[in-house]
Design a protein around this ligand. Structure first.
Ligand code: ASP
Length: 357
């Protein structure tokens, strides 16, 4: 009976068959990270480059996992995992961010605490070394959720947030992508084989969830274009009652689908219905989470967008779903599991990959 109800729910909310539940003992803590999704071809990546990405992902994952293993909060773990990726030139966030049409690095970030759904976000900052820290300071030290450009930077200075000169963020590789885009009249998707946005989601030992995301956006963006990353509900969302999500991909589509909140709401609604039908029953319904994430990503694809999401549930399931050929990703939990992966072929249990090219 319960199985039939789950199947019906999965059909209702996920519109696709759920991945079979693994035997899962609830971990005390759990974390997942991403460093962007995209058209990634193993044959076109040198072993050295692959090793560099895997090492950078592992460093970020370990930093977040350490916080959680020591009893720190999901919010602290998310920031700890994102910081090294913002500092690494390999990712499109902080140092190494893509260039705008006008040759600037304009950074976006957001963070959300699943305990109380407090959130902070910044867009279009050019001198903040770690935008994820500024986003969190907006959350804790202002009455606002979302600050932009010069105002956000003025707030940062007042709050003593570390700044860096605009040149700090610039890298040759990203500059070349912009030049190629202009000279060959290409799109951002042609010059960047991947979205290099970074993000993290975590469940801590107190059962709290958090999510954060940071990016330079898309190469050649102009007219003050803002993607999904700093938009709460699109690129980032966390609610202890359902899940924590961080996204990467073609931001316009993620905003239109409201990806992060869409996944959390479907999950919350699904859980409510199951609990209403079976109040004494077990509360671990997270095996429908993969189906829900896949269904929302399918909506993105249907509209013409691509990318991926990471999510973690209150039961500690760390899930990936992406419709590109690869996603830089990693996850770890208190059972001792710790893994990083890049290509779609490396699909692990609890990940789903439906590339469209
Ligand atoms: N989602 C980001 C944006 O559209 C790009 C990315 O994920 O790399 O700005």
């Amino acid at each position: 009976m319960k199985k039939a109800m789950f199947a019906a729910l999965a059909a209702l909310f996920a519109l696709s068959a759920p991945v079979a539940a693994e035997d899962h003992e609830k971990p005390e803590w759990s974390i997942a990270i991403h460093g962007g999704a995209g058209t990634l071809d193993p044959d076109r990546m040198t072993p050295e480059r692959r090793a560099a990405y895997e090492a950078a992902l592992q460093e970020a994952l370990d930093a977040g996992a350490k916080v959680l293993a020591e009893g720190g909060s999901a919010m602290e773990a998310v920031k700890a995992a994102i910081l090294p990726m913002e500092d690494s030139p390999l990712f499109n966030a902080g140092k190494g961010a893509v260039f705008t049409w006008d040759g600037r690095n304009e950074l976006d970030a957001s963070i959300m605490d699943g305990r109380d759904r407090s959130a902070g976000a910044v867009t279009g900052v050019t001198t903040i070394r770690n935008p994820i820290l500024l986003a969190d300071t907006v959350r804790t030290e202002s009455e606002h959720v979302f600050l932009m450009g010069e105002g956000a930077e003025q707030f940062a200075v007042e709050q003593g947030i570390e700044t860096a000169p605009p040149e700090y963020f610039a890298t040759e590789a990203r500059r070349k992508s912009l030049e190629r885009m202009k000279s060959e009249e290409l799109s951002a998707l042609d010059v960047d084989t991947k979205f290099g946005t970074v993000g993290a989601v975590a469940l801590d030992q107190d059962g709290n969830l958090a999510a954060g995301t940071s990016t330079g956006g898309m190469t050649g963006k102009r007219w003050g274009r803002i993607g999904d990353t700093p938009v709460i509900g699109a690129g980032t969302y966390a609610d202890n009652r359902s899940c924590a999500v961080s996204a990467t991909g073609w931001g316009e589509y993620f905003i239109r689908v409201g990806v992060a909140m869409n996944i959390c709401l479907r999950l919350a609604y699904g859980q409510q219905i199951v609990s209403a039908g079976d109040p004494e029953g077990e509360k671990d319904h997270s095996f429908i989470a993969q189906g829900i994430a896949d269904a929302v990503m399918a909506e993105v694809k249907q509209l013409g967008g691509d990318g991926g999401v990471i999510l973690v549930t209150p039961e500690g399931h760390a899930i990936f779903s992406f419709n590109t050929t690869g996603m830089y990703r990693g996850r770890a939990d208190s059972s001792g599991m710790s893994e990083v992966a890049i290509f779609g072929g490396d699909v692990e249990a609890g990940a789903s990959n439906t590339p469209d090219h």
